[in-house]
Design a binder for this molecule. Structure first.
Ligand code: ARG
Length: 461
């Protein structure tokens, strides 16, 4: 039997392999609510414009509402032979209200329909993603305030560099997530135009009102070019780019949690709720959730690269390749959501070991820059020279097997005779972080102020 929605010119039905490769209903049924929303706006407009008799429009609107109820109750039978969500719903509408269902598709094509549905879905998903990202920021800011003065080593090249505070480190991620949210918001603003009424590619001769359907669906207006409306997927690409960057930020934090929870670092302890055991090694506490946040970033990035690759060779306007825009996007945005929620839970629960972190912060001559700065400030040495003198002092400490603050004044004066014992004030890690009061610096007072400001900003949103 030929296809009942478009089979007029076909004598034979599709091969099983065609049906299998062509059908998108297994995944695009996720659009059902957006599809019905779009159809409701379309049919109301057709009636207002006198394109459809009122009675038909009413029957269609009622049928669509009934279908929404059926789908949400789990009573709707999706059919692969009907390819996609659009044809499944339209075919069910015909069963419910008879031939007037066929009038719904006047002045519309699945090409503008799917573009509309997907924009609506991405818009809704950006809104829910924003909420979970704000939740993560709230957890980070709270933990940061509690640890505004908890000292840890700051690293460059993963080598001890200078002491920082744990709160400062966490607030770095609050800033990153803030930009992630900004990227999603930018993508949302740009995608919020309606493709509906572009029809197959060229527009339509019916006197439709695209401004009205755009407004009814919460779009800022109709897209200005019908070819662009049906062939562009940059709105998904932009959203996936934002998702890939956000996932990359989560992945870096996850990697740090993995490192910090090793017995070798021993900086933080994850709660039992976010730790798994080993089936053979009874002592193990594994940070699986953090590892999976790191690992799942691969599929978010993969979705972006996958869709860029699909789109790069497509001539205008619609090609069926574009049906490949959905599965990766669904997966990527679901994954980002799950990873964000898991990360929020880990951050809420994790407890730093302040003693271990402080000890590590003081190791490996991490206050050498403070020593050099002292030479610049007190002895007026040029920084480069101070750097050189400090390097010699570190070399000496290292050969004596001492920390910087364990050197005696005469040890220090052998290298630079003008050094006084005032220098010992700057060699401790507390003094080091307290001195970093420049804007954006790690001084505990700065960090507490920033963490409070973030908490307030987030609460006021
Ligand atoms: N399922 C299709 C998609 O996702 C809908 C658009 C189909 N358009 C068409 N001309 N076959 O892209």
């Amino acid at each position: 039997m030929s296809n009942k929605m478009w089979g007029g010119r076909f004598a034979e039905g599709p091969d099983a392999a065609l049906e299998a490769i062509n059908a998108s209903i297994d995944f695009d049924q996720r659009f059902y609510a957006q599809d019905i929303r779009g159809s409701q706006a379309h049919v109301a407009m057709l009636a207002r414009q006198g394109i459809l008799p009122e009675a038909d429009a009413r029957a269609i609107a009622k049928g669509l509402s009934d279908i929404l109820v059926e789908i949400e109750a789990g009573d709707f039978k999706f059919s692969r032979a009907l390819e996609d969500i659009h044809l499944n719903i339209e075919s069910r509408l015909a069963e419910l209200i008879g031939p007037s269902a066929g009038r719904l598709h006047t002045a519309r094509s699945r090409n503008d329909q799917v573009a509309t549905d997907f924009r609506l879905w991405v818009r809704d998903t950006i809104d829910s993603t924003d909420k979970v990202l704000a939740g993560l920021q709230t957890a980070l800011a709270k933990k940061a305030l509690a640890h505004a003065g908890t000292i840890m080593p700051g690293f460059t090249h993963l080598q001890s560099a200078q002491p920082v505070t744990f709160g400062h480190h966490l607030l770095a991620y609050v800033e990153m997530v803030s930009r992630d949210r900004g990227r999603f918001a930018d993508a949302r603003a740009r995608l919020n135009e309606s493709p509906l009424g572009a029809a197959a590619l060229a527009g339509t001769g019916f006197p439709i009102d695209r401004h009205a359907t755009a407004a009814a669906l919460g779009f800022s207006g109709p897209m200005r070019n019908s070819l662009d409306a049906v062939s562009s997927r940059d709105f998904v690409l932009e959203t996936l780019s934002a998702a890939a960057i956000a996932a990359t930020h989560l992945s870096r934090l996850a990697e740090e949690i993995v490192l910090w929870t090793t017995p070798q670092f021993g900086f933080v302890r994850l709660s039992d709720r976010f730790t798994t055991g080993s089936s053979i090694m009874p002592q193990k506490r594994n940070p699986d959730a953090a590892e999976l946040v790191r690992g799942k970033t691969g599929r978010v990035i993969g979705a972006l690269i996958g869709l860029l690759t699909v789109m790069k060779g497509l001539p205008l306007a619609y090609s069926k390749d574009m049906q490949e825009d959905k599965e990766g996007s669904f997966d990527a945005l679901d994954t980002l959501r799950l990873c964000t929620i898991a990360m929020t839970g880990m951050i809420e629960d994790l407890e730093p070991d302040a003693v271990a972190m402080k000890k590590a912060a003081g190791a490996a001559y991490a206050t050498a820059t403070d020593l050099a700065d002292w030479l610049v400030r007190e002895l007026k040495l040029p920084f480069r020279e101070a750097h050189h003198v400090t390097g010699r002092i570190v070399g000496k400490a290292s050969s004596l097997g001492k920390a910087l603050e364990e050197l005696t004044l005469s040890d220090l004066q052998e290298i630079e005779p003008r050094i006084t014992d005032a220098i010992f004030n700057v060699l401790g890690v507390e003094r080091s972080v307290e001195s970093r009061t420049s804007f954006g610096g790690t001084a505990p007072a700065n960090v507490a102020r920033e963490a409070e400001a973030w908490q307030k900003r987030l609460a006021d949103e």
